[in-house]
Design a protein around this ligand. Structure first.
Ligand SMILES: Nc1nc2c(c(=O)[nH]1)N[C@H]1C(S)=C(S)[C@@H](COP(=O)(O)O)O[C@H]1N2
Ligand SMILES: [Mo]
Length: 422
């Protein structure tokens, strides 16, 4: 092992990212499809923040290229994406049925044939040449079953505008860009080892088979892809072929997607077609321009690439729900985090003046959500504001505001949920 080998950096990508940037500056890292100036900007102590236009989806006007039905009672369509309405989860258990699971597509859902699909593992981080795996090959490997949420890093983005007065570009999610499923698949580690992973490999970059992503200003960024440090790839990443006991549906990556528990949704590349295993560090637009925190209070070159999702809570109620006075209601919701387990949830029904502890209905696990409930008997008709505030096992509590970032990632502030008592 050379001292540069990153195998120890499982917990955070920040330290590894600094090394990756140093290597790029020394001509030892590749950034195909990423403008030189973009990596330079990352490396510079001072520089420009990325063009806001990159956050927008050009196909937004074209309507969603999503295969499954998107009934109004379950989904809000946002450009090429569909957000789950949180109230549509009220009668679901810990697992989100695929039919109600949010969809985030950079372009549109491709129709792939599982029988002819292959996964190509290639690159100079392998001992031998490229290797191909069929779905049957993956199914013959030991399988792992794991319950985990997939959540978009931009979940809650619209609240930067509606609650903090500073709107940001990008898909205007409320809190429904999350779903939780039971995923089954092969370990990426097993596949990499069988493909001849070399000791000097540093980055692993899965790439989707969906169409190339073209930004609003016409730049073709190529297919969705984002590098993972080898240490993470060997840790808990799955090549999932089942969702809630069924083959993956088309919109969620059929036949195989990457599943990176607890991390930003973009890491969980759908419709994976190839994985580059590289002896040199890699960049893609999805770990340079996107999925870092930019703006005042963040380094000029942006934060390290985002990894774990943050702490959030949501009520299973529509915005401006009408609740009758002098009736005992059971308020329900969910809290979750990719960083630590949820330890407690406090609810306020009077705009944040008084709080009481909600009852938790799941055993808290990192990378899973916890359902909770609390009774409420409102007395006075009129507007009211509900708040839910989670605290994790490290003692971290959702803050009153989230530090601004220009692309609206990782909103973790306590959400003020308006309702009307009638
Ligand atoms: N190939 C591919 N993978 C992808 C995406 C995509 O557009 N193409 N979107 C990513 C993003 S941003 C998120 S949040 C998750 C969403 O997963 P879902 O659509 O199954 O809910 O998929 C990720 N994987
Ligand atoms: Mo996302």
């Amino acid at each position: 092992m050379t001292p540069e080998a990153p195998r120890g950096d499982i917990r955070t990508e920040a330290a590894y990212d600094r090394r990756r940037l140093r290597q790029w500056l020394a001509g030892e890292a590749r950034a195909d499809g990423v403008a030189r100036r973009d990596v330079l900007r990352l490396a510079a102590a001072a520089g420009l923040t990325p063009a806001a236009a990159l956050g927008a989806s050009p196909a937004a006007a074209a309507g969603p290229g999503i295969v499954k039905p998107l009934p109004d009672e379950w989904f809000t369509v946002r450009g090429t994406n569909a957000e789950t309405k949180f109230e549509a989860l009220a009668d679901t258990g810990p697992l989100t049925p695929a039919a109600r699971f949010f969809v985030r597509n950079h372009t549109s859902t491709p129709r792939l044939d599982a029988r002819s699909w292959t996964l190509r593992i290639w690159g100079d981080g392998l001992e031998g040449g490229p290797r191909e795996f069929t779905l049957a090959d993956l199914e013959r490997l030991p399988s792992v079953t794991r319950t985990a949420f997939v959540e978009c890093a931009g979940n809650g983005r619209s609240l930067f505008g509606s609650q903090q007065g500073r709107p940001v570009p990008g898909t205007a999610w409320t809190l429904g860009a999350i779903g939780q499923a039971r995923w089954r698949g092969a370990r990426l580690a097993d596949v990499l080892r069988r493909a001849g992973l070399a000791r000097h490999a540093v980055d692993v970059m899965p790439r989707g088979l969906d169409d190339s992503y073209v930004t609003a200003d016409g730049t073709d960024l190529g297919r969705v892809r984002r590098p993972l440090p080898v240490a993470k790839a060997l840790d808990d990443v799955l090549l999932a072929y089942e969702m809630n006991g069924e083959p993956l549906p088309p919109d969620h990556g059929h036949p195989v997607r990457v599943l990176v528990p607890s991390w930003v949704g973009i890491a969980s590349v759908k419709w994976v077609g190839d994985i580059e295993v590289s002896a040199t560090p890699l960049y893609s637009p999805w770990n340079t321009d996107f999925y870092r925190l930019f703006g005042p209070g963040h380094p000029a070159e942006g934060s390290a690439p985002l990894t774990r999702q943050t702490l959030k809570s949501a009520f299973e109620l529509p915005w401006n729900a009408r609740l009758s006075a002098d009736t005992r209601h059971r308020l329900t919701g969910r809290s979750w985090s990719g960083e630590a387990t949820v330890a407690r949830v406090d609810v306020s029904t009077d705009g944040g003046t008084t709080w009481h502890r909600a009852r938790l209905h799941d055993v808290p696990r990192r990378g899973s959500w916890v359902r909770w409930s609390t009774p409420w008997r409102p007395r006075t008709p009129g507007p009211a504001t509900l708040l839910a505030r989670a605290t994790d096992a490290t003692g971290r509590t959702q803050p009153p505001t989230t530090a601004h970032n220009t692309q609206g990632y990782l909103f973790d502030a306590v959400v003020r949920h308006p309702v009307t008592v009638v």
